[in-house]
Design a protein. Structure first.
Lengths: 148, 144
C-alpha cells in the first residue's frame, strides 16, 4: 500500500511519466480527473453555487491540512492557498518535483466549474512555490473587476 | 524515517490511486505501472532502498509500522531469521475503496508488489507479495 499521505509523491511520478509520453498526454489525463471529480462536485456546485464550492474547499482545507483562506462574497469566491500541502510534499521528495505538477489543479477545476456555469481566474504564481490564487464567479459576470 | 506525516488523513486518495492505475493500464499498458512504481520504490523511497542495499530492513519495517498504524490497518509484522513478513488482515486502502462504494482496480495491489520489488532490486533481499483475500496479503522480504 502506498500510504494516502504519499499519494502526492506517486502522482508526481505519474505526471512525469505522462509528460514524457507527449502528444497532450497530461492534458488528456487532466480531463479524465475533471470528469472523475464531477461525481463529487458537479451537482453540489450546480445546485448550491458558490456556497457549495465554499463547502467543498472548506472540507478539503481541513482534510488535506491546507493553509488556505476562503472568502465567500455574494457574487465571487476567492481562494488563496498560502501553503499548498500537495506541492509542498511533491517538493519534499527524494524523487524530485515534476515541474508541471501544479497544472493538474486548474486542469480539473476550470473545466468542471465551466460545466457548472462558472468562470475561474486561476493564478499558479510560481510552479516551485506552494502558493496559488483562484477567483470563481458566475459565468455571466465574466469580468467582475469591471463592475467595481 | 524520511517521511513522517502527521495531522488529518485524506483517505480518499486511495480512490484516486485506484482510478489512476486503471487509467494507466487501459491507456499505456501494465509496463506503465512497472515504470512508475519502480520510480516510487527506488526514488521516492530512496532512503529505504539504500538501507536495503546495505542489508538493513529497519527503514522498511519502520515505514510499514508507522503508516499501517496511522491508517488503522489490521496487520502484523514478524521479523524472521533472514528478513521480515508483513501480514495484512485488513488493508486500509482496500477498506476505504469499499467504503466509497468503489470496486478496487484489478491491478490495485500492484502498487504493493511492484514497490516492494523495486525497493529490493539490487539489494541482498527479494520481495514476494501474496494476495490472500480481499484486502488481505502477505508481504515477505527475505535474503536471496
Amino acid at each position: 500500500m502506498i500510504p494516502s499521505d504519499h499519494f502526492v509523491r506517486f502522482y508526481n511520478e505519474v505526471f512525469k511519466f505522462l509528460d514524457k509520453q507527449g502528444n497532450g498526454a497530461l492534458q488528456e489525463y487532466y480531463s479524465v480527473i475533471s470528469h472523475h471529480q464531477e461525481r463529487h462536485c458537479l451537482e453540489l456546485f450546480k445546485t448550491k453555487g458558490l456556497q457549495g464550492m465554499y463547502d467543498y474547499w472548506e472540507h478539503i482545507r481541513i482534510e488535506e491540512n491546507c493553509d488556505m483562506t476562503l472568502d465567500l462574497q455574494p457574487d465571487c469566491l476567492t481562494i488563496t492557498m498560502n501553503k499548498c500541502p500537495s506541492l509542498s510534499k511533491a517538493m519534499d521528495n527524494d524523487a524530485g518535483l515534476c515541474l508541471k505538477y501544479c497544472e493538474h489543479c486548474p486542469g480539473w477545476v476550470v473545466p468542471l466549474l465551466k460545466k457548472a456555469g462558472y468562470e475561474c481566474q486561476y493564478n499558479i504564481i510560481d510552479r516551485q512555490v506552494p502558493r496559488c490564487h483562484m477567483r470563481i464567479y458566475p459565468a455571466q459576470n465574466a469580468n467582475p473587476d469591471r463592475k467595481k | 524515517m524520511r517521511y513522517r506525516e502527521t495531522g488529518e488523513l485524506h483517505l480518499d486518495f486511495h480512490g484516486a490511486t485506484s482510478a489512476t492505475i486503471d487509467y494507466l493500464v487501459e491507456r499505456y499498458g501494465e509496463a506503465a505501472l512497472h515504470e512508475i512504481f519502480f520510480n516510487v520504490g527506488q526514488k521516492v523511497y530512496k532512503s529505504i532502498h539504500e538501507k536495503l542495499q546495505r542489508g538493513d530492513i529497519s527503514g522498511l519495517v519502520e515505514h510499514w509500522q508507522y503508516f499501517f498504524e496511522r491508517e488503522k490497518g489490521v496487520f502484523k509484522i514478524t521479523k524472521t531469521a533472514d528478513g521480515v513478513i508483513l501480514k495484512v488482515s485488513e488493508c486500509p486502502a482496500v477498506r476505504q475503496l469499499l467504503k466509497l462504494g468503489l470496486k478496487p482496480s484489478p491491478h490495485f495491489c500492484k502498487q504493493t508488489s511492484l514497490v516492494n520489488e523495486a525497493m529490493c532490486e539490487h539489494t541482498p533481499f527479494e520481495a514476494k507479495t501474496e494476495i490472500t483475500g480481499c484486502g488481505k496479503c502477505r508481504q515477505t522480504i527475505k535474503k536471496r
